[in-house]
Design a protein around this ligand. Structure first.
Ligand code: NAP
Length: 327
């Protein structure tokens, strides 16, 4: 999609539910991501204790968003355990809440066979304290198996489909990094939803063709990490990494230039980063990772801060060139 065709778009009310692709689910445009609350200092650069995580999950269940994203392997299962403790205390997930998790490769052996997919789902249900989930993704296959291996008879995707057919999950999705790989998975027609991360942000536009593919097929596109894992909300000095890894200086320079442009308009850079994703009609929901209860209010404020329409073109002038992107 030509980017200037996004001019004049408006941001949806972040707390009003809307259709999630062809699934029949209704979700808020903002989904809460739980990798920061799993306590992964290696990725985010800080510790998150039990109490803080618990208070965050409580705030999510009591807050305006009805969509929560986790995975079998965030903090070796600690995100799911922390969510599950609150679910058990409350006697279940709040009505109308969409709790999504992901099947992961075996953390010790890297096995991502059909058998491992079944075991991963069992572990997740047990940790979360639920009998089924509305949405279950195949998570980050690129680190363990090829597309062909994932799709082979008896492989990971066949097992995921069988889990859906058995009622363990109502709908299935694919979550990964490389855009070409995600396009191949979406083209199979098997998946109801796709998560891409860090590749549809103010400073990275790699996912554009995937957004088109998903939209045309009625596959719900879920945009993870609108802040690039923190840099676009905490600033490049507090969070110098983009997508959990060392990044080109050009990206930090670009963020600093965007920050100055936003300052001139009195707009927080984080509001522009979040609304860049929210305003795109091809994005079904945007996953914001957070690990503090106060973030709920802050996120709502960032999602509803007025942004002058001319700001988008000014920010695009500072977009780093594609070689500084990820893939
Ligand atoms: N392969 C995949 O499936 C995949 C990959 C990446 C991400 N995801 C999903 O997408 C979610 C989002 O990605 P992400 O969490 O890595 O990145 P992100 O949403 O771009 O950024 C998260 C960071 O932003 C900070 N933050 C959020 N709101 C803030 C605010 N109002 N003020 C200051 N800091 C704020 C968080 O800090 P605090 O911790 O201090 O709140 C955290 O450090 C993940 O949690 C995960 O659920 C999925």
């Amino acid at each position: 999609m030509p980017l200037d065709s996004l001019d004049g778009l408006t941001v949806p009310d972040p707390s009003v539910r809307r259709p999630f692709g062809r699934t029949g689910l209704a979700v808020t445009p903002i989904c809460v991501g739980t990798s920061p609350l799993a306590n992964m200092p290696g990725l985010y650069g800080y510790e998150v204790g039990e109490q803080r995580a618990r208070a965050t999950v409580e705030a999510v269940f009591d807050g305006p968003f009805n969509f929560l994203d986790t995975s079998n392997n965030y903090g070796n299962g600690s995100a799911e355990r922390r969510i599950g403790a609150v679910v058990r205390d409350r006697g279940g997930v709040p009505d109308g809440f969409v709790l999504a998790t992901k099947v992961d490769a075996d953390p010790d052996t890297g096995d991502f066979s059909g058998e491992r997919v079944r075991r991963s789902a069992e572990e997740s249900l047990e940790r979360l304290g639920v009998d089924n989930v509305p949405l279950l993704y195949l998570h980050d296959p690129e680190y363990h198996i090829t597309f062909e291996e994932a799709m082979s008879p008896g492989g990971a995707v066949e097992a995921l489909v069988a889990l859906r057919d058995a009622g363990v999950a109502d709908h299935i999705g694919i979550a990964a990094g490389p855009i070409g790989l995600l396009r191949d998975f979406v083209a199979t027609g098997v998946f109801d939803a796709v998560i891409s991360h860090n590749r549809w942000t103010l400073v990275n536009r790699e996912a554009d063709p995937l957004l088109d593919d998903a939209f045309e097929r009625g596959v719900a596109f879920v945009n993870g990490a609108p802040y690039g894992g923190g840099m676009l909300v905490k600033g490049p000095d507090a969070q110098p990494r983009y997508c959990y890894r060392e990044t080109a200086e050009a990206v930090r320079e670009s963020v600093r230039a965007m920050q100055r442009t936003c300052d001139e308009h009195g707009v927080p850079l984080a509001a522009a980063a979040l609304q860049f994703s929210l305003r795109d009609p091809r994005v079904a929901s945007t996953i914001v990772g957070l690990s503090e209860p106060e973030r709920m209010e802050e996120t709502l404020r960032l999602a509803t801060t007025p942004i002058p329409p001319g700001l988008w073109n000014e920010l695009d002038r500072h977009l780093p060139s594609p070689p500084a992107w990820l893939d």
